[in-house]
Design a protein around this ligand. Structure first.
Ligand code: IPE
Ligand code: MG
Length: 226
């Protein structure tokens, strides 16, 4: 979800106002993907590296996360969305951590789309914590890919099909590194607060035109389809 700051700056607003507008865009995205039957939607809301931003901005973001969880919870429950947070939450303010746990518990039984919010998340952190936990917990043998994946923070989620980055940059910025191995990448020039149904549908249309070969040849896929 990139581009909140630029969206605000071009309007002479504070970056925090950009983040508040970004929250509205997130609401639209959740609605869009839930209505289309997506099994899971993961948004990158705060990266391990975002800790380096000015304290003021970081604190405003934490306040926004607290109020957003409170405000959005009833609607998420209504839509049967299951909320899940991934990332290192240890250093978050206690109030935010509490809200996160409460929201996960309150939506844990929901059978609809899983809405994953990556907070304090980094792809390298995820792989490292999985490796460390495996070393600590697994007693016998070496992990195969499947076992290893069960230690990643995304355990149990479906494979990542489509990764969309808004804001015009073409990089992964330490998002779902392991999980994006065979994801289709889509870069949109739209700033996140401007994201709407048209832009999201355009991303889905791009995705629909891609041929996913997973290392095979095009001919092999045709035999498979026949
Ligand atoms: C992304 O928007 C939102 C968060 C990381 C929370 P940015 O804040 O990175 O916006 P730009 O890139 O400065 O426009
Ligand atoms: Mg940015």
């Amino acid at each position: 979800m990139d581009g909140n700051g630029r969206w605000a700056e071009t309007r002479g607003l504070s970056r925090s106002e950009g983040h508040r507008e970004g929250l509205k865009a997130t609401r639209r995205a959740v609605e869009f993907f839930a209505n289309r039957g997506a099994q899971a939607l993961t948004v990158f809301a705060f990266s391990s590296e975002n800790w380096q931003r000015p304290r003021e901005e970081v604190e405003a973001l934490f306040d926004l996360f607290v109020s957003a969880i409170e405000a959005e919870l009833p609607e998420l429950i209504e839509r049967a969305v299951r909320l899940r947070f991934i990332g290192e939450r240890e250093d978050f303010p206690e109030q935010l951590r509490q809200r996160m746990t409460e929201a996960e518990n309150a939506t844990g039984v929901n059978a609809g789309m899983t809405f994953v919010v990556a907070l304090g998340y980094g792809g390298r952190w995820d792989i490292l914590q999985a490796a460390l936990r495996w070393v600590r917990e697994a007693r016998n043998g070496e992990p195969d890919f499947e076992t290893f994946e069960s230690y990643l923070s995304t355990a149990g989620l479906p494979p990542l099909d489509l990764l969309i980055r808004t804001g015009g940059e073409q990089r992964i910025s330490n998002f779902l590194l392991w999980q994006s191995a065979y994801a289709e990448l889509c870069f949109l020039d739209v700033l996140w607060p401007d994201i709407d149904e048209t832009a999201l549908q355009a991303a889905l249309d791009v995705y629909a035109r891609r041929q996913r070969r997973f290392g095979c040849t095009g001919a092999q896929l045709q035999v498979h389809d026949a």
